[in-house]
Write a protein that binds this ligand. Sequence first.
Ligand SMILES: N[C@@H](CCC(=O)N[C@@H](CS)C(=O)NCC(=O)O)C(=O)O
Length: 215
Amino acid sequence: MDLISGTVCPFSHRCRIFIQEKFDVKREVQFNDKEYGFHIIDVDLFSKPEIISQLNPYSKVPILKDRELTLYESNIINEYIETRIPYPNLIPTDEIPRAQMRLILVKLNKEIFNLVSILENCPFNRSSHADKEVAREGIVLRLTHLSAIFTRHTYIMGAEYSLADITLAPLLWRLDFYKIKLSPEKCKPLLEYAQRLFERNAFKKSLTPSELAMR
Ligand SMILES: N[C@@H](CCC(=O)N[C@@H](CS)C(=O)NCC(=O)O)C(=O)O
């Protein structure tokens, strides 16, 4: 499988974390490398290779290629990887929590990541300074609201780490980079949760050199 991934793209970062979670286990149980091998191809969107618009009609990364299949949209890619490599489980197997998690993914994208896209450092991002300020305010509001759940839960879905946490993590890593300032008091549970995510081995291995330099 080949993942075409943006070096600073938060959506590609979701797939890199997801893959690293699977790879950690793969090494431990010595899966067959040929069957499960991943190849991450880093691209700089400021000199975007033509292949991206050939593979994705929206001309965006991440893109996954697996044999004759080409996929785009980070969460669709991650759901597909889960079906190929089910262990460790990152998507609930029971239908009710699985459906609840999918709803959370839609909410995170609609309510938070649509605003993140306004802050993205992309060549085609024409957002004004004022648009970016409004986006930052919206993200602060929503993350502050979300913080309360981490007084009760270790992870978004409860005790289990899942795709929902992986979906949010790239934003939490980029807070300073995007100049998003959260209240340390009101957001203490969220900021502690973020540290728990950053301490995971897979998260550390997912970072590109440019992402490492963000914090
Ligand atoms: N909803 C998409 C968003 C992907 C996205 O916005 N990618 C950006 C980089 S972070 C991109 O490729 N932009 C290139 C462009 O707009 O030309 C996903 O989840 O994969």
